[in-house]
Design a protein around this ligand. Structure first.
Ligand SMILES: [Zn+2]
Length: 444
């Protein structure tokens, strides 16, 4: 903490508050615990000026909210939270509401305001990440060099993305008030079990609890985990209640193939506003570079994967559309991992909502999705995997030799240098000698 005892973290001045002196009421506090951080969400009646102080010994965070008041007592900290011990509040002066977060250890907070979205009004979000003084539990970015290549055939890694979560409930069933986020997690867990029981395959759960993961973070996590396939699982609603059946979607960079696909992509992309992400999509420029290089091939694989999954889901129940539709789904924007979004059924259809709640149907869906993935992999097994029949090959990797720079390696393989950096999660410096760099698919 730079030796200082007090760090002023954030001073947020909003134009709106300088116009109106009306006070803001803090109506509630919600707490979401993710594996790598804890999210606190204050529900507000409007945007507010706030100041955040990070204090040591004992570790705590003080949040002063200007012209704010409490509606009711804030709920206590959830027991067993590894970071947060207690929440206290009181009026600091006539206008300032002070909330104190007593911490179990030093944390790195990220604080931001969210405008109204979905079921929520204005919110002040505080994400608590474990600080430097203590064991790291963050599922952070990969180290600057990839793990050494295993000599034995590796497992195929299936990234399973349970849609929505935490702040973002997703769609809601009308008859039983079923929340999409619970169904997506249940189906994802079933699928993970089946994948884990399949020789040569390993599941990676992108979300495994009731918390929100940003859409971009979802595919970045899949990349960090070395995923070969990415499936995002949903059960959305459309007005009317009559729509039924499964559908499978892939990314389109050039507009949607149907009105429904556009509607769904807009809904899914809205999740970041509801669930809350603080950072702009800084990688967008870079991603576009990558798109040019590898997306067309990934896009073709994604369509094949989507077809295979839809054909298997057809055996389980009705399908909504016989073709694979495409739209600009943010979560499918991995430049190099075949990715599909599966609308398992419509939660807005009372009959399907009822089915979605049953373990039997959740299992059927999971086994259908896995059968589709297997069928796809049978035709497109990634190199060096247990499933691939060919022998090991080095064409997708490059071992850095003395005197080489990232730029020279990029030239050698005709890859954009930023693409190489992105794919290997490299920082600004050139990689050390001996490091194995992953190259883009399809450069052989
Ligand atoms: Zn959804």
């Amino acid at each position: 903490m730079l030796g200082g005892r007090i760090v002023v973290l954030s001073l947020c001045l909003l134009a709106a508050t300088s116009v109106s002196a009306a006070s803001v009421t803090v109506q509630n506090l919600r707490q979401w615990r993710a594996p790598d951080h804890t999210r606190l969400v204050f529900d507000l009646t409007g945007p507010l000026e706030h100041r955040v102080l990070v204090l040591e010994s004992p570790p705590r965070i003080v949040i002063d909210m200007e012209r704010a008041q409490l509606d009711d007592a804030l709920p206590p900290a959830e027991p067993d939270n590894p970071l947060l011990a207690a929440v206290r509040s009181g009026m600091q002066d006539a206008n300032t509401l002070r909330v104190v977060l007593d911490l179990r250890r030093a944390v790195d907070p990220r604080v931001f305001l969210l405008p109204p979205a979905g079921p929520y009004g204005h919110r002040l979000v505080i994400d608590l990440y474990p600080g430097e003084n203590g064991p790291a539990v963050r599922d952070g970015p990969a180290p600057s060099a990839p793990a050494p290549k295993r000599q034995a055939p590796r497992e195929i890694i299936i990234a399973i993305d349970a849609g929505h979560g935490g702040e973002d409930p997703g769609a809601m069933g009308r008859r039983y008030r079923t929340r999409e986020k619970d169904i997506t997690l249940a189906v994802s867990r079933e699928l993970a079990k089946l994948v884990a029981a399949t020789p040569g395959m390993r599941p990676v759960m992108i979300r495994d609890g009731d918390y929100y993961v940003g859409l971009r973070e979802r595919y970045l996590k899949a990349r960090r985990k070395g995923a070969d396939v990415f499936v995002s699982i949903h059960a959305d609603a459309i007005p009317g209640g009559h729509a039924k059946g499964s559908s499978v979607y892939a990314l389109s960079e050039r507009g949607a193939t149907s009105a429904l696909a556009k509607h769904l992509a807009d809904r899914e992309n809205f999740a970041d506003l509801v669930g809350g992400v603080s950072l702009d999509d800084k990688d967008d420029q870079l991603r576009r570079v990558l798109m040019d290089l590898s997306q067309s091939k990934t896009s073709q694989y994604s369509l094949e994967l989507a077809e295979a999954v839809l054909n298997e889901l057809r055996r389980i129940g009705p399908v909504h559309s016989n073709r694979i539709n495409q739209a600009g789904f943010m979560v499918l924007k991995s430049p190099d991992i075949p990715s599909v979004l599966i609308e398992t059924a419509f939660i807005s259809n009372p009959t399907e909502e009822k089915k979605l709640r049953t373990h039997a149907f959740q299992q059927q869906l999971a086994s259908g999705i896995l059968a589709g993935i297997k069928r796809y992999l049978g035709r497109n097994a990634p190199a060096r995997t247990v499933v691939a029949s060919g022998g090991p090959s080095n064409v997708n990797e490059h071992v850095v030799r003395k005197g080489e720079t990232l730029a020279s390696i990029a030239r050698q393989y005709n890859i954009h240098v930023e693409a190489l950096r992105f794919i290997n999660n490299l920082g600004e410096r050139d990689p050390p000698v001996g490091v194995r760099l992953r190259l883009l698919d399809g450069d052989t």
